[in-house]
Design a binder for this molecule. Structure first.
Ligand SMILES: Nc1ncnc2c1ncn2[C@@H]1O[C@H](COP(=O)(O)O)[C@@H](OP(=O)(O)O)[C@H]1O
Ligand SMILES: [Mg+2]
Ligand SMILES: [Mg+2]
Ligand SMILES: [Mg+2]
Length: 358
């Protein structure tokens, strides 16, 4: 393994994600989001395709040997000319203002064919060996469509280990200390002055900075809030009850003595929010016994939370295994908490899930 400190990977990921958020923000504000239904009946928009094209094009330019596991592929765009043209317009329009900064991530995507092959560059099967990027061009697509939180997420796995993580959250406040409330995830207006970019490298800590339209803003260190009394904790969960069981989360919170209402928010904005100390715990409790969590839904968030002083495991307390392929098929659920209380939270999760654990 190389002795790299991953600063080039981090800078590339931060700028590529920042550029992609310019595209997603423009779609967020438009009425026509070009929504399609995928084979698993989940939604995808022109924003998802466009962001994936921009980010993979940057990675391919700077790190041509790396593997990429991206959520989307270009099949629908190859079939549908109107959709393809819509995405191409977005991709051409999304430019960082400073050309020198834009050049650092490979400059503009040059043609429609380059755009399609970039999107299809995310078809890697993943695996245990070498360098694999995990990309979620829009995480929380349902939140994106609803007007809630969403995130652009990019992680680098090295030999299966989450090593670099970047998350862009256009609808979160810039201020790390703004506490989460039950409305944090709703009616987000994506206005100027909002939006945060999280970054972390394994062993080097986690940071946040405001999203900009050009070069990177100055960063600040972030860390999880120390918990002195778990009954005062704030926990986050999915808005979608079909992604994480709300009733089991409520039962776990009650057993822990937590009285505050949960904060429901879409996307990996949950990982960023607890990493910066705006919330404390993230509970994702499996609803279906067959669903396999996707590596792109967690890779970036895991590095950021770990580097901010947290521990992330599945609902049984097992380490998440990112080295098996495109999914976390050996894990069920996800629990993220400050290191000091993670063990206690897992005890209670096991009590509540009880005989449901396999
Ligand atoms: N049955 C299920 N259980 C858990 N996660 C699911 C799920 N069906 C879809 N998801 C994932 O949940 C992600 C959103 O997470 P959250 O609920 O925290 O916002 C989706 O990401 P996308 O929006 O990128 O497709 C999708 O991959
Ligand atoms: Mg999706
Ligand atoms: Mg996702
Ligand atoms: Mg997605």
């Amino acid at each position: 393994m190389s002795t790299s400190n991953y600063s080039k990977e981090l800078e590339t990921a931060l700028l590529a994600v920042q550029r992609a958020t310019l595209l997603t923000k423009s779609v967020y504000h438009s009425h026509a989001k070009g929504t399609l239904s995928k084979s698993d009946s989940s939604p995808v928009t022109i924003g998802d395709f466009g962001a994936q094209a921009l980010i993979i094009s940057s990675i391919k330019h700077i790190f041509p040997e790396d593997e990429i596991v991206g959520e989307e592929d270009a099949d629908d765009l190859r079939k549908d000319e109107k959709l393809r043209e819509q995405v191409w317009e977005l991709v051409q329009a999304a430019k960082l203002e400073d050309q020198d900064v834009e050049a650092k991530i490979g400059g503009p995507v040059k043609s429609v064919e380059d755009m399609l092959s970039a999107i299809d560059g995310g078809r890697s099967a993943g695996g245990r060996k070498g360098r694999v990027w995990a990309l979620d061009p829009i995480d929380g697509t349902k939140g994106f469509l609803r007007g809630g939180q969403y995130a652009v997420c990019l992680g680098l796995l090295v030999d299966g280990e989450p090593t670099v993580g970047v998350i862009g959250c256009p609808n979160l406040p810039v201020d790390d200390k703004e506490p989460l409330t039950t409305t944090s995830g709703t009616n987000a207006d994506d206005s100027e002055g909002k939006g945060v970019l999280f970054g972390a490298v394994k062993g080097r800590g986690a940071t946040s900075r405001p999203l900009t339209k050009s070069g990177l803003a100055p960063e600040q260190k972030i860390s999880m809030k120390p918990i002195h009394d778990i009954t005062q904790a704030t926990f986050c969960e999915s808005v979608e009850a079909g992604h994480s069981s709300h009733s089991e989360a409520a039962a776990i919170a009650q057993k822990l003595g937590i009285t505050k209402e949960s904060v429901r928010m879409d996307s990996q904005a949950k990982y960023g929010s607890i990493a910066r100390g705006a919330g404390d715990l993230y509970l994702r409790l499996p609803v279906s016994q067959t669903y396999e969590e996707k590596i792109w839904d967690h890779a970036a968030g895991v590095v950021i939370v770990q580097e901010a002083g947290g521990v992330v495991t599945d609902a049984a307390g097992k380490k998440l295994d990112f080295g098996i392929g495109r999914t976390l098929k050996e894990n069920k659920g996800v629990i993220a908490a400050p290191a000091a209380v993670h063990g206690r939270v897992i005890e209670v999760v096991k009590e509540v899930l009880g005989n449901k654990q396999t």
